[in-house]
Design a protein. Sequence first.
Length: 679
Amino acid sequence: MDRPDVTRRAGTLVRASARPERAHRRYGPSRVHLPWENQANLSALHLSPLPKDETTAMVHGVAGGKALPAKILEEIIVKTDGVPLFVEELTKTVMESGLLREEGDSYQLVSGRTPIAIPSTLQDSLLARLDRLNSVKDIAQIGAAIGREFSHRLLEEVSSMRGAALMDALDKLIAANIIHRNGDPPEAVYTFKHALLRDSAYQLMIRGRRRDVHRSIVRILETRFPQIVETQPEIAAMHHEHGGNPARAADYYRLAGSRAAARSANVEALAYLNDGLRVIETLPSGAERDRLELQVQLLRAGALRGTKGYSAPETGDAIRRAYTLSQSVGEPAQLLLTLAGLYAYHLVHSETMRAGEIAEELLTLARQQGDTNYIMIGLRSIGCVQFQLGHQTAALDHFEQSLSLYDPVAHGPLASSFGLDHKEVAASFRSTTLWLLGRPAQAEASQQEALSHAESLKHLPSICQALIYSALLRVLARDHPGVIESATQGIHLARRLSFDLMEHGASFFLAAARRGQVPPEELLPVMLNAADLWWATGARQYQGYVLTVIAETYLDAHQPEKGLSVVAQAKELLEATDERWAEAELYRVEGMLLLAFPERRIAEGEACLRKAIAVARDRAALSWELRASVDLARLLGSIGRAAEGKALVEAVYGRFDEGFDSVDLAAARAILVPHTSTA
């Protein structure tokens, strides 16, 4: 629009958009201002790139209101730099690419790989801009091969241009708004204005030329810039991959994944390790390929434990593949690491007996090898199995033996390999075991030790799990404010880490802590949803206890029929998994539900409560025994047998040496000394 004065005389409102860089072709590259830019009747609005939330909203609209997978959305956001036209065209390309399948109100990836082709309508435009700069196109292409951002020093090493000629070429690219410069040469760093511009420049190169440029880049990086290779091995991996050296590329991706895992960046680690696995698949079969894949799969299993969870299908696939490889090409240490991962997968999947078999195999091999690290882990693993089976005295003995071998200097750094710190895991399980054994003060001290130790290591997944186990301990102890504090912190950290298993477990505990504060009819849907999300991760560990808490919430809602239906599910699960640590509590809740019917099924309810007491006594679960005894005493008091109930509670109460300020012991005192507050 060259004549805005015409619109002024005609009294016409005109709205127009313009790209100043296009006007430069007409008015010359040295002219920055358009000829009509300062007209009095012109109001100019300079449009900034869309922020991330608005880009996301635009993608959502183009996709018909359906959500795209997170990593596809992120790639669109990164590539388009908030330019609306680019956002629209790239989103349309993705929708038409065959990469996605429609599922309800969202789209899901058909496969794990997400190559995105630049839309042809944009590509033609971008290529035309680059073609007009034919004399400096080679510099743009080399820069594009290095990446979206490239340094003057590296470009000068790779390019055949030097000195003034290189500077002139770069100045032309800057004037054409292809790249931006930050700093002064030779320390300058250049950035392509848009990721799509970089991609277009890169695609102009023929395949052979690309390969040669990547080889030159990585050779110079390794010889002249080793600090970049050491701190950013993923850069060397990419250049080796595109330079036709897949074995070296895979090893660098492995290093990148290991570095990311060491700082608890498990999502980032998985991206690098998956790239490594993809490249490994192109290598010829043989022992060397298998050794490299074993290293990558072991790292993947650790990263997957920290994101998807210990029992997710992806975690199981990775650890089973590692186990197969370790039996043929693995060193003893790798086989031990694989056994530890395989045990954890089965334990969290609540395949208790299989987990026990693997734990015994792990400890036996560790002792044969004289490997103190894995003796420690093997003892802890057997302790966890004993805990789930309900053998709390044996479990505690194994945890104490295991913790006695822990050295923070030697063993603390292993947390990134295993996904969690050994002491945090053992102390967290010990805390729950101690509570069951009737030692609530020691249990709280053990859990605080677990959390403090994880915080001292600054290992975020271990801190996250310690918070979740703190929440579990406080759910058991009916310490609702404590649950809310621990679970809320755990949820925030789990979301930061993309740790789905921990997030949904903490969400359930948080809902459970609001019993008595929120009407049960409102609370139950929240609890059920959290439980469903938790189990969707593949985890079945603690499912029986979770069902028990849900059943008791139906008791709060005066819906005993539904509560008993949930109890039946929990009983089936108990028989299938042999996870019996909360079995006594299940029978107690069943008894209370039977007593909640209008006709009060007293005989059946009393039988269940007595069974709960017997099971708890057999398992040395003093806390469960006390809770069931208090409920039975209340029942007996209501039917004229108060003295019998009081004697029962008195016998159990007398076996406690600590925790007298706890909710359960206060409830017991109310039986022993009527009118005593249970608050």
